[in-house]
Ligand binder design. Structure first.
Ligand code: UD1
Ligand code: CA
Length: 478
């Protein structure tokens, strides 16, 4: 039988206390609804219908996917009313699987099991045994253990509240049954809403079996209604992702301190130390190591690379055998060839750094093309900005730049040139020569004495607020 998946995503999510619609809040850097859509797609259904409502345009704009059908629910009258808005889009011969946009971690395997375990003409319901069932719909079974209805927390009596078997919100039913039952839903309950869950009672009354199955792990059906549940789902998600990398031979030093907010492609024997945050798309080739507290956003990292502690890398490509950090910042457009060394407190932006070049300490290199085997001394700065425009610096192979040099762009430094420490270079530099921009006249002063520690005295004629600082010697000789 053909399958339509309906995803309920119209709610505001009042308990999130946020202007952002709940289903757009992220888990693992992606909106919750994106997780549910991806899972739905993996089932290869004939169509996916998303019910949108609160900030619906924003929700719709977030997913530019031609394969999705959008149905608007103008007023939040409950999950039953939401499904009513999907019905006109569902052909009569379809089975319907309902998913909730705020239950983001449901796994494809669990849904496949639910679909196969449910005889086509029956209702299939995914339930779970919750340690703490507070806030969830409880599954009511009769003396023969058959499901007869679902009671929402607010409508439950004290005995029903003791039940730990809960509704996940996920079920499968034929279009024809759904089309018959949904218009009959009533809103005479504690919330005054049309509860989709009431169709279970209708099934029981018509003697249609409700087959239940359970998720592989209970965390899959965590509903996210507030920020506390969001971080619970987030931590479960991260641990699950980390465990999968561990199985593939990628060493995640501590799965509890791993955060992937995008996608990661990592080869075996990559080590990712604690508190590393990965965003966008990151790929890391074999034997590379990411030190503690690093942030990597859209990075392509080669083999045998060391990114040392506390480095921040965004939109960069790093060749094999490079070493970066600790405390390095590589900004968008940075490309390191092989064997490059970037040391501590170095910032590189929009620059290509040639093979074997070294920028070891306290430097800013921006809008630069650097050749091979260049040595950049501590405190070197490319002055790339004149207040209005950015200019390029070109440094040829084998250049040696002394410490504390400023290169005022646009500028070209010729091959194998040496620049003396402390130079402010404003013109192109010829190859092979030593260039300096100052006349060094070093001298030593014989009678010079080191200054001594200062004491504070108050002059009698000065106002009480005015204080003068006089060297200790002078105070003594008075
Ligand atoms: C719902 C179930 C409850 C179940 C729980 C599982 C009902 C009546 N209750 O409760 O049995 O245990 O999920 O997580 O179904 N939505 C709409 N339009 C609406 C109302 C809700 O699209 O008018 C969407 C929301 O955006 C959300 C989903 O439906 O994605 C669930 O709604 P929510 O209000 O969170 O229901 P719960 O109280 O969690
Ligand atoms: Ca919910």
């Amino acid at each position: 039988m053909d399958l339509s998946v309906v995803i309920l995503a119209a709610g505001q999510g009042t308990r999130m206390k946020s202007p952002l619609p709940k289903v757009l809040h992220p888990i693992g850097g992606k909106p919750m609804l994106a997780h549910v859509i991806n899972t739905a797609k993996a089932l290869n259904p004939q169509q996916i219908i998303i019910i949108h409502g609160f900030e619906g345009d924003l929700v719709k704009q977030t997913f530019h996917d031609a394969d999705l059908t959008w149905a608007e629910q103008p007023h939040r009258l409950g999950t039953g009313d939401a499904v009513a808005k999907a019905l006109p889009h569902i052909p009569a011969h379809h089975r319907v699987l309902t998913l909730y946009g705020d239950v983001p971690l449901i796994a494809v395997d669990t849904l496949k099991r639910l679909l196969t375990a449910t005889p086509t003409e029956d209702v299939g319901l995914l339930t779970a045994l919750a340690t703490d069932p507070t806030g969830l719909g409880r599954i009511i079974r009769n003396e023969k253990a058959k499901v007869v209805r679902i009671v929402e927390e607010r409508d439950a009596n004290d005995i029903e509240k003791q039940i730990h078997e809960v509704n996940t919100g996920i079920f499968v039913v034929t279009q024809s049954l759904l089309a018959r039952w949904v218009p009959q839903l009533k809103n005479n309950n504690a919330k005054g809403e049309y509860y989709l869950t009431d169709i279970i009672q209708m099934a029981a009354q018509e003697n249609i079996s409700v087959a239940t199955s359970v998720p592989s792990v209970v965390e899959e059906v965590l509903g996210v209604n507030d920020k506390s549940q969001q971080v619970t789902a987030e931590r479960y998600y991260q641990r699950h992702v980390a465990e999968n990398f561990l199985k593939d031979g990628v060493c995640i030093s501590d799965p509890a301190r791993f955060d992937l907010r995008g996608s990661l492609q990592a080869e075996p024997d990559v080590v990712i130390d604690v508190n590393v945050v990965l965003e966008g798309h990151v790929s890391i080739q074999k034997n590379s190591r990411i030190g503690p507290n690093c942030v990597l956003i859209n990075c392509k990292i080669g083999e045998n690379v060391s990114v040392l502690a506390n480095s921040y890398l965004e939109d960069v490509v790093i060749g094999d055998n490079c070493s970066v950090g600790p405390f390095a910042r590589l900004r968008p457009g940075t490309q390191l060839d092989q064997d490059v060394h970037i040391g501590n407190f170095v910032e590189v932006k929009n620059s290509n750094i040639g093979q074997g070049s070294k920028i070891s300490h306290l430097s800013y290199i921006g809008d630069t093309v650097m050749g091979k085997a260049v040595n950049v001394g501590a405190g070197t700065i490319t002055c790339n900005y004149d207040g209005a425009n950015k200019h390029r610096t070109i440094i040829d192979d084998g250049v040696f730049i002394g410490s504390d040099t400023q290169l005022v762009a646009p500028i070209k430094i010729g091959k194998e040139a040496t620049i003396a420490a402390g130079s402010t270079v404003v013109k192109d530099v010829p190859a092979d020569k030593l260039t300096m921009t100052h006349q060094l006249q070093q001298r030593s002063i014989e009678e010079w004495q080191r200054p001594t520690k200062l004491a504070t005295v108050t002059h009698s004629h000065a106002s009480s607020l005015e204080k003068d600082v006089v060297p200790v010697e002078k105070v003594k000789s008075k």
